[in-house]
Design a protein around this ligand. Structure first.
Ligand code: NAG
Ligand code: NAG
Ligand code: NAG
Ligand code: NAG
Ligand code: NAG
Length: 405
């Protein structure tokens, strides 16, 4: 009996030791044990960097923990991989603040960058860019407006329950990412903040953005060249400039934008709803297989718009048509109100007309008065399915009232 008992307790002891060892191997690195103060004053970047280096080099699954607190994160930093294996960043309840002074940002275009990581799960955290003072500061000498969160070459990863507020420039910029999800994000900056795009997507393949709220001063989501296989679902946008493909054609050798789905979104009070924009006098480019579906528009200035004569803040060769070819695009089940009378504009390029554009079940009404909404089309012959309100090309559109002529 005694013998059996001691064997049992030996086994118990061994398994306890095994548990402790495996717990230690799970390397949870707390930024506070690495010296972070989390008092909102101390520059905690060095401690966060030390903790990251340990977590990244630790045996997987490892994690970096930012316990609740307010961390002043300066100077800007990069959490870079590759790590030993899957890794987590847990920041639930933590607020990470950038210093408000734009002059402090001179050598980098990003405040916090996450680079070259495979299988990262990042949960929680409020990233406060304290950007108020920088939005109007267009000519700051020797400084660069930083993106709040830059995600570069991140693969097979998940970012969830993250908040970004008052970024000095874009809230999130993605580049070179693959097979990644963004879920339950909240991006918030006032309508009059400048260049605070919500999520700007550079060359990226395989991305799902869901259940996200974006209130900002520029595009809620923009798909730059090389955006492919991207789904945006259950996103609320506004204030802001809407959900946009482009702008495209500004630079040589831009990669195609292909296989984009924007579905079940609500767009409120923005300048544009769903938009594709390309520059005139442009380099060649390609937009193919882009679908906007089940979208509610609430007092949006331009709810549906293809603009191949987009020219903002720059001198354009307006008489030279855009060379970006737009094909296989659909706008389906888009309902609600337009703040301008022309609710639907498809202004394609005379040099490369749009091909295979479909409009299905559209009902947009003008919120501004007695007159009914209207549409404008150029260089496009869309396929029309179901009821299209306002009537659109090639159906003969009733002449709009005089002030619009
Ligand atoms: C995105 O969603 C689609 C459809 O639900 C799914 O097939 C795909 O695997 C998802 N991609 C990522 C990166 O989660
Ligand atoms: C998505 O669709 C559901 C069901 O129609 C609706 O309740 C919800 O408000 C929609 N979400 C958005 C963001 O539009
Ligand atoms: C448009 O879609 C069709 C059918 O999927 C495809 O064959 C064609 O190549 C697409 N057009 C372009 C320019 O990719
Ligand atoms: C279009 O929307 C308006 C305003 O919501 C509504 O009164 C009207 O019945 C709708 N028309 C159709 C055909 O659904
Ligand atoms: C298309 O855009 C050009 C340039 O802004 C404009 O002159 C033209 O009237 C527009 N066409 C339509 C049909 O709205």
């Amino acid at each position: 009996m005694g013998k059996i008992n001691s064997t049992k307790s030996e086994i118990y002891c061994l398994s306890l030791i095994a548990m402790i060892v495996s717990y230690n191997q799970a390397s949870v690195i707390d930024v506070k044990t690495e010296g972070a103060k989390g008092d909102g004053v101390t520059n905690d970047t060095p401690a966060i960097m030390n903790a990251w280096k340990k977590a990244c080099a630790g045996a997987p699954p490892s994690s970096l923990l930012l316990p609740p607190g307010t961390y002043m994160a300066f100077p800007p930093f990069v959490l870079s991989g590759p790590c030993k294996g899957p890794i987590e960043i847990k920041a639930t309840g933590a607020t990470i603040k950038a210093p408000p002074e734009l002059e402090k940002f001179q050598t980098t275009d990003t405040w916090i960058r996450i680079n070259y990581i495979d299988r990262l799960t990042m949960t929680g955290g409020t990233f406060d860019g304290q950007g108020r003072g920088s939005w109007r500061n267009a000519n700051c000498k020797n400084c660069q407006k930083p993106v709040n969160l830059g995600l570069g070459f991140v693969k097979n990863s998940l970012f969830k329950d993250i908040t970004s507020i008052n970024s000095k420039y874009f809230h999130i910029h993605m580049q070179g990412c693959d097979n990644t999800k963004l879920e339950h994000l909240t991006l918030d900056a006032p309508a009059d903040s400048v260049n605070t795009d919500g999520i700007h997507i550079g060359p990226t393949n395989g991305l799902n953005i869901t259940n996200t709220i974006i209130k900002t001063g520029d595009d809620c989501i923009s798909f730059g060249d090389g955006s492919t296989n991207i789904r945006v679902e259950k996103v609320t946008c506004g204030p802001g400039h809407g959900i946009s493909v482009g702008s495209l054609g500004k630079n040589p050798n831009e990669k195609p934008v292909e296989r984009i789905w924007v579905k079940n979104c609500t767009i409120v009070g923005t300048d544009n709803g769903v938009r594709i924009k390309t520059w005139p006098g442009s380099y060649p480019g390609k937009v193919n297989d882009v679908h906007f579906e089940d979208i509610v528009m609430d007092k949006v200035a331009n709810p549906i718009i293809i603009d191949q004569n987009y020219c903002a803040g720059r001198v354009c060769q307006k008489n030279v048509p855009s060379q970006v070819k737009i094909t296989n695009v659909s706008f389906r089940n888009i309902k609600g109100t337009s703040r301008t009378q022309v609710a639907l504009k498809l202004n394609c390029s005379a040099g490369s007309p749009c091909d295979n554009v479909e409009l299905a079940d559209i009902n947009l009404t003008y919120s501004g008065g007695q007159v009914t909404a209207s549409s404008r089309c150029a260089n496009v012959k869309p396929k029309l399915v179901g009821q299209i309100i306002p009537p659109a090309c090639p159906v003969n559109v009733p002449k709009p009232y005089n002030s619009l002529m």
